[in-house]
Design a protein around this ligand. Sequence first.
Ligand code: PGA
Length: 251
Amino acid sequence: MKKEKILVVGNWKMNPETANKAKEIFRGIKAETKDLKNTKIVVCPPFVYLSDLEKMNDGSVILGAQDMFWEKSGPFTGEISAQMLEKEGYVILGHSERRGLGETDEMVSKKVISAIKAHLHPILCLGEKIRDEHGEYLHFLRNQIINSLGKLPKTYLSKLVIAYEPIWAIGQAEAMKPADIHETSLFIKKVLAEIYKQKTILSIPVLYGGSVSADNAKEIITLGEVQGLLVGRESLAPKKFGELLKAVEIL
Ligand code: PGA
């Protein structure tokens, strides 16, 4: 059976401040990634840099978006539709920083469905704010999964990617422990299996995000048993991102 590539997604968030700097970072990432064969690399810059970076791209890196709206077109000031993005591309949806600005599970589910209808791969972000001793976070996660998928039909699952990002582990010095990542990714798959059938959910990649670096990437993949990573800060530093990708590439 063909081994699936590890998926590493760089989320640039609202960085860098200029288009020139964005091009410089992207050039650096491309130089670091040109010999990689076992890793699928997606970089999600702010919307306004996408077309400039697309012109520089030779296909070694896939460009993705950080959000989109569920309608195709119309009076939605400031929004961008799935149809305006590259077909077969990736789009991060429901990131905790967007949820923190008021995005609800229901809105996220509409976005996920619209993205797949428009032939995109949504990277659905999930994650609890805190971990309590009584396991309340598991109820929270379960509800978030169910409500963020909404009425997503089973036939759409082949395009879905899940990113588990515990909010408390984002932007920190250390990531979550691999054993806990493993346990939570199994829990996510269990909930998916409750909603859909066991077989269909096996192919859904579950990524981990939250303070991933070149130092911890390998053990998160091997011990955490996830199918990829969602990387914030380190994806803006080509050398460090390159090291991270190389650590994952040789697994
Ligand atoms: P971080 O961000 O890698 O800087 O912790 C991850 C994310 O928010 O996607």
